[in-house]
Design a protein around this ligand. Structure first.
Ligand code: FAD
Ligand code: PHB
Length: 395
C-alpha cells in the first residue's frame, strides 16, 4: 500500500484546547504545524467541560487573536461565593489580588480556535485513526495515522507536541522507566448538568453540605451549569432531573434565595483525580495539558493549565526556530511542572475543603467548617484563594 508523506515543523496530536492553542500561537509566529485529531469536529466542539478562564488565559487568547467573541460574550466575574449551611460569603478577587476571572465555556474556546484555523486554511485533520508515534528520540520524529478518507499517512516533524489528553498515546510513548507519576483518586465524583435556565446567582457558588458538595456555575445569561458531589459508582440513569434539582436545592438552599430550575440539556458523571507525570519531554516529544497532568475540577484549573503549558512551549519553540536557542525547550518540563504543582496543590486543597469524605468523620467536618470560616474572614487566607483561583502570574 502506498503511504502519503507530509512534512511540517511541529506535529500536534489532539485538537483540544492545548493542541489548538499551541497551533494558533505558532502560526502567529510563522511556524508551521499540522494537527491530527481522532474525533470529529462536531464531537470536539460539543464536549462540555470547563467554564472558568483565568485572567492570563484570557490575555493569552486575546494576544493569539481569538479573543473577540470571548470579550463580547464572556462574563467577567470578580469573585466567588463560598457557602455552608446557613451562610454564604463573597470572596472579592480584585480587592484581594487585583485580578478577575471570565466565565466562557471550553466548548466556545475550542470553537473559536477551530474557526481561526479553518479560516486561515491551516492543516487540521479530524476523524483520523491509528495514530502512532515513531522515532521521537530522533531529530525526525513522525506521527503516523490513517486519514478520514482512509489514507495511510506519515507526518515527518522537527518536533511533536503530545496534546492528546489523559487517554492519549503520547504519554505512554515515553518509556515507563523514564516516567515518574503521582496520583490521588478521590472517593467521590461530580454529577454535572447543563440547564436552559437563567443563573440564580451573579457569581459562582461553591457550597459545602454534610450530604455532599454542590456548585452553581453558568455559561451565559440563559444557561446554567450545576454540579453535585456523588459516589463514583453512581449511575446517571438513577438520577432523574427532579432528583437532581431537589438535591441541588437541598444542598445550596439559603433563606431568601431561590434556585431556578429548568430543562436539563446535558448530564453526566465525572470521576475526580489528581495526576502528574514527569518529565513532560522525551527527545523531541513534548507533552502539554491533560496528556501530562489532571486536576480535580474544584479549582477550575484544567483548561488554564493546558493554556499555560502551551504558552511556555510555544515560546520555547519560537526561540529554537528563530534564534537557534534550545535553553527554553530544555527547561520546558521543569518550567511547566512548577505551575502544574501549584495548581495541583490548590485543586487538592479546594477539593478537600469542599467535599465530604465518605471515609471521614465528624472531626474532619469540623476542620472543613473551621477552614471555610477562616478563608471567608481572614484577608490573608482569602488572598491565597484569590491569587490561586485567578491564576498565579507567569514566571
Ligand atoms: P483534551 O481536551 O482532552 O484534548 C485532547 C484531544 O486529543 C481530544 O480532542 C482527543 O479526542 C484527542 N485525542 C486523544 N487521543 C488521540 C489520538 N490517539 N489521536 C488523535 N487525537 C487524540 N476542567 C475544569 O477546569 N472544569 C471542569 O468542569 C472540567 N470538567 C471536565 C470534565 C471532563 C469529562 C473531563 C475529561 C475534563 C474536565 N475538565 C474540567 C478538565 C479540562 O476540560 C481539561 O483540563 C482540558 O480539556 C485539557 O485540555 P487538553 O487539550 O490538554 O486535553
Ligand atoms: C464550570 O463552569 O463547569 C466549572 C466552574 C468552576 C469549577 C468547575 C467547573 O471549579
Amino acid at each position: 500500500m502506498t503511504e502519503r508523506r507530509l512534512r511540517t515543523q511541529v506535529g500536534i496530536i489532539g485538537a483540544g484546547p492545548a493542541g489548538l492553542l499551541l497551533a494558533q500561537l505558532l502560526a502567529r509566529q510563522g511556524i508551521e504545524s499540522v494537527i491530527v485529531e481522532n474525533r470529529s469536529r462536531e464531537y470536539v466542539e460539543a464536549r462540555i467541560r470547563a467554564g472558568v478562564l483565568e485572567h492570563q488565559t484570557v490575555q493569552l487568547l486575546t494576544d493569539a487573536g481569538v479573543g473577540d467573541r470571548l470579550h463580547r460574550e464572556g462574563l467577567r466575574h470578580d469573585g466567588v461565593y463560598l457557602q455552608w449551611p446557613g451562610e454564604r460569603h463573597h470572596i472579592d478577587f480584585p480587592g484581594l489580588c487585583g485580578r478577575s476571572v471570565w466565565v466562557y465555556g471550553q466548548t466556545e474556546v475550542v470553537k473559536d480556535l477551530i474557526a481561526a484555523r479553518v479560516e486561515a486554511a491551516l492543516p487540521l485533520h479530524f476523524d483520523v485513526a491509528d495514530t502512532a508515534l515513531v522515532d521521537v528520540e530522533s531529530d525526525r520524529p513522525q506521527i503516523r495515522f490513517t486519514s478520514a478518507d482512509g489514507e495511510a499517512t506519515v507526518l515527518e516533524c522537527d518536533l511533536v507536541a503530545g496534546c492528546d489528553g489523559f487517554h492519549g498515546i503520547s504519554r505512554p510513548a515515553i518509556p515507563e522507566q523514564l516516567r515518574t507519576t503521582w496520583e490521588r483518586v478521590y472517593p467521590f465524583a461530580w454529577l454535572g448538568i447543563l440547564a436552559q435556565v437563567a443563573p440564580s446567582t451573579d457569581e459562582l457558588i461553591y457550597a459545602w453540605h454534610p450530604d455532599g458538595f454542590a456548585m452553581h456555575s453558568m455559561r451565559s445569561p440563559s444557561v446554567s451549569r450545576l454540579y453535585l458531589q456523588v459516589d463514583p459508582t453512581e449511575r446517571i440513569e438513577d438520577w432523574s432531573d427532579d432528583r437532581i434539582w431537589s438535591q441541588l436545592q437541598h444542598r445550596m438552599g439559603l433563606d431568601g434565595w431561590t434556585l431556578n430550575a429548568g430543562p436539563v440539556l446535558d448530564k453526566g458523571i465525572t470521576p475526580m483525580r489528581s495526576f502528574v507525570s514527569a518529565p513532560m519531554r522525551h527527545g523531541n516529544l513534548f507533552l502539554a495539558g491533560d496528556a501530562a497532568h489532571i486536576v480535580p475540577p474544584t479549582g477550575a484549573k484544567g483548561l488554564n493549565l493546558a493554556a499555560a503549558d502551551v504558552k511556555v512551549l510555544a515560546e520555547a519553540i519560537v526561540a529554537r526556530t528563530q534564534e537557534g536557542r534550545t535553553d527554553l525547550l530544555d527547561a520546558y518540563s521543569d518550567t511547566a511542572l512548577r505551575r502544574v504543582w501549584r495548581a495541583t496543590h490548590f485543586s487538592w486543597w479546594m477539593t478537600s475543603m469542599m467535599h465530604v469524605n465518605p471515609h471521614g468523620d465528624a472531626f474532619d467536618r469540623q476542620l472543613q467548617l473551621s477552614q471555610l470560616r477562616y478563608v471567608t474572614s481572614s484577608t490573608a487566607a482569602a488572598t491565597g484563594l484569590a491569587e490561586n483561583y485567578t491564576g498565579m502570574p507567569f514566571e
